[in-house]
Design a protein around this ligand. Structure first.
Ligand code: PEP
Ligand code: MG
Length: 565
């Protein structure tokens, strides 16, 4: 395997080297799988002892894991540990084993009985069914001597490899120990990739064969090139280190964003957690251009209270010390489902009740959130900008603006991430103070391509001429109305695309804080006129490859060389 290189789609510009850890999906163990002792099926007595030990081991492991982390992850692990230690569950399993039932069948049957009871109880208790099943999978694996399923307990910094990672799986990882993430599935603008970029963790998606790479092998993950290499040689290690050093050297520039001829381009950062906010507050970002508030609502049985939300928003506003903060109201649905809103199964959740549309089914969620932001505004004496996701019509924009202004929010905007909104941006801007382009969803909807399906990444490229036409339409509407048009999708993290966006008339760019130095550097080295020239050339291209090639041809060669564009 040494020297083997697998390719995929990279997210970020960095490369790292580290040991690989495979994240294993739970194995479906047939219930009649025998427990063997010395090659023979275990007696009920021996099975009793083995099952009892497996439960104890898993409960202890979970307590230990919970002790080593903090926050929601610690709470989740502690709650799962309680289930593993539950005497009633264990007694039921052991009674079945004593009666001669095969141990896997006994565990499965007892867990199913408890799961049915939990489901019947409904509400918060029903949500524990996932934990219950995770305990079952862990205990079965421990008893049979199989590798532990699910999220590994990371004891050293490593490269995590998985077939796929839902945002919830990613949240369950101890990300301080994750050097890089590599998945076989997933898309470059899906939320797992976004979390990785947010933290400056190189990420590769669509790496066919990644799950066959050996656990423990040392690999180099290069997000810029989109490659993972087993046992990298010294030359590759040196190249990755030199690139990291070059990017670090750009980060010393803490000036506000401007073009070479002094035209301001406000450079903002995206955040999703309070830790992100702390990091951005300490950075040169001119503020927060997208505060994804979903994190407050994830892993909850009931929504956070008005008081809790007010406190969180006020904390972020204070941390940013008067710099701009754009709060996005809850964007639940699609790949970020929530227990208390995602009701019956939707055939096409990305096209269903998500984002602002939740006002139709759960109006109280938006009302509480807006009141909380307004109270945070009053408590801090700052002026947060507040925007709604997934707006499709001017009427929706008006509905949101009225609701926000009614509670005292002064700066109201919406995201433009639905093609209908991009095409009608001028009418939408008539209702609000600003818009922010969500190019991740705009690409997905313009190109009718699921952003979670990375194998269609060419269609999802923000360089697609049709997507750029929509961005241009929205930017033009901003120029005509004199209102700010920002971009907060992942495309703003690409320094080359940033030049195009500036040329189109976009007034602010918001991206992961780690991507800002390269964007700042690129913009600073080009005049506004050159950006317009690049944008014009790109808009006249016939394909996404040609669009990008035209931008490279017109951009400053030194910048391209320094940033590997
Ligand atoms: C977008 O769609 O571009 C965006 C910024 O929002 P999210 O990625 O959270 O859907
Ligand atoms: Mg979006």
């Amino acid at each position: 395997m040494s020297g083997t290189t697998l390719h995929g789609i990279g997210v970020g510009r960095l490369g790292v080297v580290g040991p690989l850890r495979q994240l294993r999906p739970p194995v479906a163990v047939p219930v009649d799988t025998p427990l063997l002792v010395d090659g023979l099926p275990a007696t009920p007595r021996a099975a009793h002892v083995a099952v009892d030990r497996a439960f104890t081991r898993i409960a202890d492991q979970l307590v230990e894991q919970a002790r080593r982390v903090t926050g929601t992850l610690a709470e989740m692990l502690a709650a799962t540990a309680q289930i593993a230690a539950d005497p009633a569950l264990r007694a039921q399993v052991l009674a079945r084993v004593d009666a001669g039932e095969p141990p896997v069948a006994a565990i499965d049957a007892a867990v199913s009985t408890f799961a049915a009871r939990f489901e019947q109880a409904g509400g918060q208790v029903a949500e524990r069914v996932t934990d219950l099943r995770s305990v079952r999978d862990r205990v079965v694996a421990a008893m049979l001597g199989m590798p532990a399923p699910g999220v590994p307990d990371l004891t050293e910094a490593c490269v995590v490899v998985a077939r796929d990672l839902a945002p919830a799986d990613t949240a369950a990882l101890d990300l301080s120990q994750v050097l890089a993430i590599v998945t076989e599935l997933g898309g470059p603008t899906a939320h797992t990739a976004i979390i990785a970029r947010q933290l400056g963790i190189p990420c590769l998606v669509q790496v066919t064969g990644a799950t066959t790479l050996p656990d423990g092998a040392v690999v180099a993950v290069d997000a810029l090139v989109g490659a993972v290499t087993v046992d990298p040689d010294d030359a590759l290690r040196a190249e990755l280190e030199a690139r990291a050093e070059a990017l670090r050297s750009l980060a010393v520039d803490a000036e506000p964003g401007t073009t070479a001829d002094g035209q301001a381009v406000v450079l903002l950062a995206n955040i999703g957690t309070l830790v992100d906010a702390e990091r951005v507050a300490a950075s040169a970002a001119e503020g927060v251009g997208l505060f994804r508030t979903e994190m407050l609502f994830n892993d909850r049985a009931v929504p956070p209270s008005h008081a809790e939300q007010t406190e969180t928003y006020a904390w972020v506003l204070r941390a940013m010390g008067g710099r701009r903060v754009v709060v996005r109201t809850l964007d639940a649905g699609a790949d970020t489902p929530l227990a208390f809103v995602t009701g019956e199964h939707e055939e096409n959740p990305a096209l269903g009740v998500r984002g602002y549309r939740l006002v139709r089914t759960h109006p109280e969620l938006l009302a509480t959130q807006l009141e909380a932001v307004a109270d945070a505004q009053r408590a801090t004496g700052t002026t947060p900008w507040v925007m709604a996701p997934m707006i499709a019509t001017p009427q929706e924009a008006r509905g949101f603006a009225e609701a926000a202004r009614a509670v005292g929010i002064e700066k109201v905007g919406v995201m433009v991430e639905v093609p209908a909104a991009a095409l009608r941006a001028e009418q939408i801007l008539a209702e609000v103070d600003f818009v922010s382009l969500g190019t991740n969803d705009l690409s997905q909807y313009a190109m009718a391509t699921d952003r979670m399906r990375g194998e269609l990444a060419d269609l999802l490229s923000p360089w697609q001429p049709a997507v750029l036409d929509m961005v241009a339409a929205a930017a033009q509407a901003g120029l005509r109305t004199g209102k700010p048009v920002g971009v907060c999708g992942e495309s703003a993290a690409d320094p080359l695309m940033a030049l195009v966006l500036v040329g189109l008339g976009v007034t602010s760019l918001s991206t992961a804080p780690t991507a800002l130095p390269a964007v700042r550097f690129a913009i600073r080295r080009h005049t506004k006129a050159r950006c317009v020239e690049i944008a014009d050339a790109v808009l006249a291209a016939g394909s996404h490859e040609e669009a990008r090639a035209r931008a490279v041809a017109l951009a400053d060669p030194e910048v391209c060389a320094k940033l590997n564009l």
